[in-house]
Design a protein around this ligand. Sequence first.
Ligand code: SF4
Length: 287
Amino acid sequence: MTTIIEQQAGFCFGVVRAINSLEEQLKKDGTLYCIGDVVHNSMEVERLEKKGLKTISLQEFSLLHDCKVMIRAHGEPPSTYETAKRNNITLIDATCPMVLKLQKDVLTGYQDMKQKGGQIVIFGKKGHAEVVGLVGQTDNTAVVVSNEDDVDKIDMAKPLHIFSQTTKNKEDYLNIIALIKSKHKTGDILVTDSICKKVSSRAEKIEEFAKSVDCVLFVSGKHSSNGLYLYNLCKSCNEHTFFITDTQDIDMEKLKKFNTVGISGATSTPMWLMKKTEDFILSQIHS
Ligand code: SF4
């Protein structure tokens, strides 16, 4: 049996940047708060917590004063910056530059829609940190659409400006846009393509990779939207795709019948975890 780790798999630029900035800060201060999981991968969060990271909720954040707090790559709504100012909190802002740009575009779009009596629509996962940050740019007035049923919440008589969460699937976004257009009364709709290029180009690469191996072990945190999306893509190209969070989920009996085992992961999966997966398989074969 041969194992191959997909070379393009692993952290995206935004997550690498956030983790580098976090590790730098931990080296300096020995401890740092972060609002929510710095990355949707519990193994990586655990590793960083051992170095002094303290993951807190938004509620816990609002009770802090005179300290340093990190904002992860997903970004935060304006209310978080206001709380920090009020409570003398120094923010280590690791919002991904692409998310930051999207927040600005949503804000500009909102100001424009306000003048026209229109509405901002965000295609994304309800409650996801990035979506909360985007909705915050619109004084919490944006309509969040997660699926086709949510489209009925939109006032189809109003002008619309539609954006997407950066990690959504392009095809799903296009389908939602087409559905909204088919129901809209005037067709006064602006659409911004805000899907991260890193995510959409990963889609093509992972499809090629999944087809090139006999089976795929897809390593990801259970709560990663990007992980779920890429896993489903893999599965659609190679039915022998198995989702694992760590080596304890590996079923060696199932793997034994395959010659090439591919290992891949989400944009939130650390490379060390994929290497650990490979080492585990090799040790089981040779034992
Ligand atoms: S997926 Fe793209 S937009 Fe999101 S954090 Fe990574 S690089 Fe930034």
